[in-house]
Ligand binder design. Structure first.
Ligand code: NAD
Length: 497
């Protein structure tokens, strides 16, 4: 069986402990991955620390050259990477390619690092005094990433962190680690010196070692909210800079004037794409008025019945399986819970079977109508192919509903009314907003982040915020007085008199 090792200081290191990696379409174990103990993580920290001084002193333009080559290698190896993502995650190959491309956009942004690190300069701020500020790297930084984007989410983090002069330790998800490792290896092939990028696999012990290590200066986390919150508080207590992106419950509001067929078409992709395992997936459709809800459901029902579901590695499908049998059982538990709570299960994906893949973790598309805010299927993140319809009487009621939810990652409004769209975008307490755009994921030169319990920390992921997150500002004031002047002692701030 293929074994996925750690990658530390340019070497593949096995370690004693192993975890199984499953292909969710077949239910079969396809690989084993190393499971780092504290000693292994400490080795990675030591390797990253040793590589840091020379990398910090490498001119930004040279660091950018590594990123240019990295982008080329990612494009060259795209077919292999897409297969790995799809095999271990279950998403369709087309979706895996989309994920990789969005990741590559972050590498492209990192290629502009000489411009991004330029800093600020003021001449003559006082007699013979010039002042400037620049952005300096932090040292060793780490990233902990979720299973649902094994290529893209790590690429949100380390291209920018490394381009800024830091060295990096990635702890990818243990559920689908192979593409994350393969991509990191390509960065070294592109010219990053050994120890600049390191990968340790595993779970809680590996993460806690990173959280407690004084040499790790900053930590980026993406995953579920309970873990994000713990990581944020423990990391901050340990004096680190932490950004921890958590879970979501993303609402799409449908107004009566919306083009319902178009809204339904785009909602299909937003709710069921990647089997609903996206932090920006739309999981609630808030319909204003009963007629809007009835029309939307009539449009969605046949589309859900026609979803093409199968092993993600086959071409031309809409949806693959869920990532593990445990996660499939959790999602099925939510569906049972929704039925028991009195929601109307209009489309029932339970018991969906794919011929030839009877042991895969498949669930068909599910649609609930008449969901109310007290139900668990409304309050909690399901992370599966389940869309809940909530009926409200007005746009204001929809806004109040969304603002009362604990999560605030993404949201969207379907309408033709510009005034309503503007009011919605202004007053909604959510970090990323779409108007007739169901998945408003910002492009790489903006930053990505939710509000409320979808993000712990101040700065968002990638884009301009990443430059701020992975650097610290240094302000320098410099005076070169004339040798013919005598400097007088000053005991007070200049008062201008
Ligand atoms: P998860 O929280 O289970 O795991 C995320 C990472 O944390 C993994 O690397 C995992 O090994 C590690 N981990 C798990 N348990 C831990 C523990 N007790 N202590 C320390 N580390 C631990 O999340 P997941 O199931 O891999 O991913 C799905 C979740 O991620 C969803 O909630 C989704 O909304 C969220 N997500 C959020 C965003 C965002 O940008 N906000 C993006 C992608 C995914």
């Amino acid at each position: 069986m293929e074994f996925i090792s750690h990658f530390i200081g340019g070497e593949h290191i096995a370690g004693d402990r192993r975890l199984e990696v499953t292909n969710p379409s077949t239910g079969q174990v396809v690989r084993e991955v190393a499971d780092a103990d504290a000693t292994t993580v400490e080795k990675a920290i030591a390797a990253a620390k040793a590589a840091y001084p020379a990398w910090r002193d490498t001119p930004p333009a040279k660091r950018a050259q590594v990123m240019y080559r990295f982008k080329q290698l990612l494009e060259q190896h795209a077919d292999r990477l897409v297969q790995l993502i799809s095999e271990e995650h279950g998403k369709t190959v087309e979706d895996a390619l989309g994920e990789l491309k969005r990741g590559i956009e972050n590498v492209e942004y990192a290629c502009g690092v000489p411009e991004l690190l330029k800093g600020e300069y003021s001449h003559n701020v006082g007699p013979a005094i010039d002042a400037w500020s620049n952005f300096q790297p932090l040292g060793v930084v780490a990233g902990i990433t979720p299973f649902n984007f094994p290529a893209m989410v790590p690429l949100w983090m380390y291209p920018m962190a490394i381009a800024c002069g830091n060295t990096f330790i990635l702890k990818p998800s243990e559920k689908d680690p192979t593409s994350s490792l393969a991509i990191a290896e390509l960065l070294e092939e592109a010219g990053a010196p050994s120890g600049v990028i390191n990968v340790v696999h595993g779970g809680r012990e590996a993460v806690e070692t990173l959280l407690d290590a004084p040499d790790v200066k900053a930590l980026s986390f993406v995953g579920s909210t309970p873990i994000a919150e713990t990581i944020y508080s423990r990391g901050c207590t340990n004096g680190k800079r932490v950004q921890a992106l958590g879970g979501a419950k993303n609402h799409a509001v449908v107004l009566p004037d919306a083009d319902i067929d178009n809204a339904a078409n785009t909602l299909m992709g937003a709710a069921y794409g990647s089997c609903g395992e996206r932090c920006m997936a739309i999981s609630v459709a808030v319909c204003v008025g009963d007629e809007t809800a009835d029309r939307l459901i009539e449009s969605l029902k046949p589309k859900i019945a026609e979803l093409k579901i199968g092993p993600g590695t086959d071409k031309g499908l809409d949806m693959g399986p869920l990532v593990t049998s445990e996660h499939r059982d959790k999602v099925l538990g939510y569906i049972d819970d929704g039925v028991a709570a009195g929601a109307d299960l209009v489309s029932d994906g339970r018991g969906h079977k794919v011929r030839g893949y009877e042991d895969g973790f498949f669930v068909g598309g599910c649609l609930f109508d008449r969901v109310t805010p007290d139900m668990r299927i409304y309050r909690e993140e399901i992370f599966g192919p389940v869309l809940c319809v909530v009926r409200v009487s007005s746009l204001d009621a929809a806004i109040d509903l969304i603002n009362a939810h604990e999560y605030g990652n993404g949201t969207c409004l379907f309408t033709r009314d510009g005034e309503a769209a503007r009011r919605f975008a202004d007053s909604i307490e959510v970090g990323m907003v779409g108007i007739n755009v169901p998945l408003p994921v910002p492009v790489a030169y903006h930053s990505f982040g939710g509000w409320k319990r979808s993000l712990f920390g101040d700065l968002h992921a990638y884009g301009p915020d990443a430059v701020r997150f992975y650097t610290r500002r240094k302000a320098v004031s410099q005076r070169w007085p004339s040798p013919y002047e005598t400097t007088q002692a000053e005991f007070h701030f200049p008062s201008g008199g």
